[in-house]
Design a protein around this ligand. Structure first.
Ligand SMILES: Nc1nc2c(ncn2[C@@H]2O[C@H](COP(=O)(O)OP(=O)(O)OP(=O)(O)O)[C@@H](O)[C@H]2O)c(=O)[nH]1
Ligand SMILES: [Mg+2]
Length: 371
């Protein structure tokens, strides 16, 4: 892959120690590979026409309290095999079926096979997903030989379940905002990449409505080249109903060797990184919060971002920074997460945007199936 201009500089600067320090701090797991095999079928007994028992199946079952770390600790070999079916015997002609293996997995896990096919998306504790079938017991169709069970290498990827995903460059104030709108106490600090593990908080509205918000690691330009935390964690926003962009009104600079980006450029670069990850994320409803309006000269910056976004103004923006499609924000709100300014307006906007979108989808569904 050829790294060009803008991104090569950032990629280079981010590799200086920063990447290493981030790697050291990542001690949580949000994906895990496991090996599953169905039980083999028992042998048949051709002389008496006895049929061997079928091998047991392997299933995955979501559980609310489990994490992938815990699963890995509990099953260090990460191998799961269901029981073999019983052979047919002279005094027990019908061999009994082998026991199934039901593996508990965290709720919210997506299950992929080795060739990246999605086998299932486990989001309900009532679900149970068949991942490896046991082999057929020996009988006349298979020459009385019990068949082998299916064997698969599976990749489990945890996608957080939340209504809203916080998207922004490092240090924008995402965690500070989450700490103000929910009872969660995320880590907050003046250095980038403080948040390395997605965390979910809940907004409690006075009428008892609740909306969950996922705080995500900071995204930076070049994330698709795996700069910073990369954009692997963006899969967590795939299931959210709304993207809440948090942008520092004073702009962003990752390190002395990187470019300074003003607030408007930051919005465009976030837009571009989402587009490069998965274009359809841009179709999600989005709200923009311009943060740190307590700092000097930020009000004019806020007004400028707002008017340029409304006009779709890309004058003087280098082509490599320009997204193909501009995100349409349903609201652009100035806040100071630190001083609690604009927070009520923001949480109201989040709620209305989610509700309007749900209503729109419901109307589309009704007009598609008028019964
Ligand atoms: N002046 C001012 N500072 C703020 C505001 N919100 C956050 N900060 C400061 O900005 C810094 C970064 O805040 P965080 O909430 O950790 O930022 P983040 O976006 O979660 O950063 P990462 O987890 O690294 O992606 C901290 O020093 C905060 O105190 C604000 O409204 N005004
Ligand atoms: Mg944070």
């Amino acid at each position: 892959m050829v790294r060009t201009g803008l991104f090569s500089n950032l990629a280079a600067s981010a590799t200086d120690g920063l990447k290493k320090s981030i790697k050291r701090r990542i001690n949580f797991t949000d994906s895990l590979r496991i090996f599953v095999s169905g039980g083999s079928g028992g042998q048949g007994y051709p002389v008496y026409g006895g049929i061997g028992g079928d091998g047991g199946n392997v299933y995955l079952k979501p559980s609310e309290k489990l994490s992938l770390q815990r699963l890995r600790q509990k099953f260090p070999t990460k191998r799961f095999k269901a029981e073999t079916g019983r052979n047919s015997r002279r005094n027990s002609l019908r061999g009994s079926t082998g026991n199934d293996y039901v593996i508990p997995v965290p709720n919210g896990v997506c299950v992929y096979t080795n060739d990246n096919t999605l086998l299932g998306d486990l989001v309900n504790v009532e679900d149970k997903l068949l991942v490896a079938k046991g082999g057929q017991g020996g009988c006349n169709t298979n020459n009385w030989n019990g068949q082998k069970g299916q064997k698969k290498v599976l990749s489990l990827e945890l996608k957080i379940l939340a209504d809203v995903g916080l998207v922004g460059f490092p240090n924008a104030g995402k965690s500070t905002l989450l700490s103000k709108i929910s009872r969660t106490k995320p880590e907050i600090a003046e250095y980038p990449f403080t948040t390395i593990k997605p965390q979910v908080g809940t907004i409690f509205y006075p009428d008892l409505r609740q909306i969950t918000v996922a705080d995500l690691p900071g995204l930076i330009e070049g994330a698709h080249y795996n700069v910073g935390m990369g954009h692997k964690f963006l899969r967590h926003v795939e299931r959210t109903h709304l993207l809440l962009f948090v942008v520092d009104a004073t702009g962003f600079r990752l390190s002395q060797r990187s470019f300074f980006r003003n607030a408007y450029e930051t919005v465009l670069l976030l837009n571009k990184e989402l587009e490069l990850y998965k274009e359809h994320l841009l179709d999600k409803p989005a709200v923009l919060a311009i943060n740190k309006l307590d700092l000097p000269d930020t009000q004019t910056e806020f007004e400028e971002v707002k008017s340029r976004l409304q006009q779709g103004d890309l004058t003087d923006i280098p082509t490599e920074m320009q997204p193909k499609t501009l995100i349409k924000f349903s609201d652009i709100i100035g806040i100071s997460a630190k001083n609690n300014d604009g927070i009520t307006e923001l949480v109201d906007s989040v709620r209305h945007t989610i509700d309007d979108n749900l209503q729109e989808r419901e109307n589309e569904r009704i007009s598609a199936n008028p019964t």
